[in-house]
Write a protein that binds this ligand. Structure first.
Ligand SMILES: NC(=O)c1ccc[n+]([C@@H]2O[C@H](COP(=O)([O-])OP(=O)(O)OC[C@H]3O[C@@H](n4cnc5c(N)ncnc54)[C@H](O)[C@@H]3O)[C@@H](O)[C@H]2O)c1
Length: 400
């Protein structure tokens, strides 16, 4: 529900060209954010941003509520999400609760006249994702998914290079999210199952797909996926009826190219969140856990290629360990601090605040968020059907 104040303001602005007026109003005042969920949700920089402040926090757990209050220096604390939404001065809600709650909380917040930033994934079913998109369209509120992979420095560089055409054609891309060590998080302090208990790996595809889609500029259009499980008790008793620890999907992109995504919870390879993009002129290989650095490989043909004794071109490619810039110059000075997931958190913070102030769609808006989420949901279905090839619907892009 909108507060009477907001409804009046919206009606008035609607007749005067809401966007320009609201943008001007907002540029003078900080964006007031209400944060719900005090685990991962306490690791963003709303309190450091020159144009934002945390105006309320919310969690059902007292210890997490206290953490949120301390980190964001905010004394207005709610246990109840619905009470949080009633606070009229909030412009936006940051949803950092368990994945099965994201769509419900995001849509309730948007219907209450708040912009939303939500932790990944956007939703956990196709029906949920479609409901989210419909809500963004009908309310006109801003929605952003807090995809950390999108703001990894390597991905920011690759997106720039792809836009400049430096890769040539990216005909193959590959991304993986390997999170060995998830098992303890499947239980709470009392030993009860958490939302992560048996969570299907491909319902958590965004850290991988959220690298491939932005860099290639293509959507994932078809998939064939294979899952692996070992019949463990967790895989037999979880609420999602998920039999897999690990799933790998082979995708065809909307441009007819190939792409591989793997999401593993149980793997003797440690944790990785990395990608590689193979192009006709340039390839970028993100660093590997066994120690190879970020590597760029360029075609270095100069018309004088020498053929070696085995008949292979010599000096045909230039391979270099790439010194990856951090892109901190894109941030306001107070946000140039080290954060989690490849320093992505400050970039996410800044993009959401900027999108509200500039009255534009955030980079990872609802259409993008769904394009990073739905391919995994369909991949999980494919894996459950023994690797059946399946089509993935394209939900398009935001209206210009
Ligand atoms: N790299 C990333 O993008 C990244 C990393 C970690 C977590 N996440 C995502 O962030 C979200 C939160 O992850 P987490 O590790 O903090 O999980 P978590 O389960 O530790 O924390 C969730 C918090 O939400 C609170 N909560 C649950 N129901 C609530 C309700 N109805 N009202 C208010 N508070 C409620 C819980 O008490 C808890 O403090 C998840 O969706 C996860 O997928 C993303």
């Amino acid at each position: 529900m909108e507060s009477p104040d907001q409804a009046t303001r919206r009606g008035f602005l609607g007749s005067l060209g809401a966007t320009a007026v609201l943008a001007r109003q907002r540029s003078a005042a900080p964006v007031r954010v209400g944060v719900v969920g005090g685990g991962f949700g306490s690791s963003f920089q709303w309190h450091l941003h020159p144009n934002a402040k945390v105006a309320a926090v919310c969690d059902i757990r007292p210890d997490r509520l206290q953490r949120l209050s301390e980190v964001y220096r905010c004394g207005i604390a709610y246990k109840n999400f619905r009470e949080l939404l009633k606070q009229p001065e909030l412009d936006a809600i940051a949803v950092f609760t368990p994945a099965p709650l994201h769509v419900w909380m995001a849509t309730e917040a948007m219907k209450a006249g708040k912009h939303v930033i939500s932790a990944v994934p956007a939703g956990i079913s196709i029906e949920e994702c479609e409901r989210l998109l419909e809500c963004v369209k009908s309310t006109g509120m801003k929605y952003m998914m807090a995809e950390t992979s999108y703001y990894r420095p390597e991905i920011m560089t690759c997106v720039e290079w792809a836009r400049e055409g430096r890769f040539g054609t990216i005909f193959y891309s590959e991304a993986e999210y390997h999170h060995e060590g998830l098992l303890p998080l499947m239980y709470d302090d009392r030993g009860f199952p958490t939302w992560r208990y048996g969570f299907p790996p491909m319902l958590y595809p965004t850290h991988s797909v959220g690298m491939i889609v932005p860099v290639t500029g293509e959507r994932l259009a078809e998939v064939q996926a294979v899952g692996w499980g070992d019949g463990h008790e967790i895989l037999q008793t979880n609420q999602y009826k998920n039999p897999f620890w690990n799933t790998t999907g082979f995708f065809k992109t909307s441009g007819g190219h190939s792409s591989r995504v793997s999401v593993f919870w149980h793997v003797a390879a440690g944790g990785t969140e990395r990608a590689q993009f193979y192009g006709s002129r340039l390839s970028y290989i993100m660093e590997r856990p066994e120690g190879s650095p970020n590597t760029v490989i360029r075609i270095a043909r100069d018309g004088k290629t020498v053929i070696d004794a085995n008949g292979y071109p010599e000096g045909d490619v230039a391979i270099e360990a790439f010194k990856q810039p951090d892109h901190f110059e894109k941030l306001p000075a107070p946000l140039r601090v080290n954060t989690g997931h490849g320093n992505s958190h400050t970039f996410i913070t800044h993009e959401f605040v900027s999108a509200i102030l500039e009255d534009r769609q955030p980079a990872v808006n609802a259409w993008e968020a769904i394009a990073y989420t739905v391919p995994g949901i369909v991949a999980h279905q494919s894996a459950l059907r023994g690797g059946e090839p399946m089509k993935i619907k394209d939900y398009g892009k935001p209206p210009a």
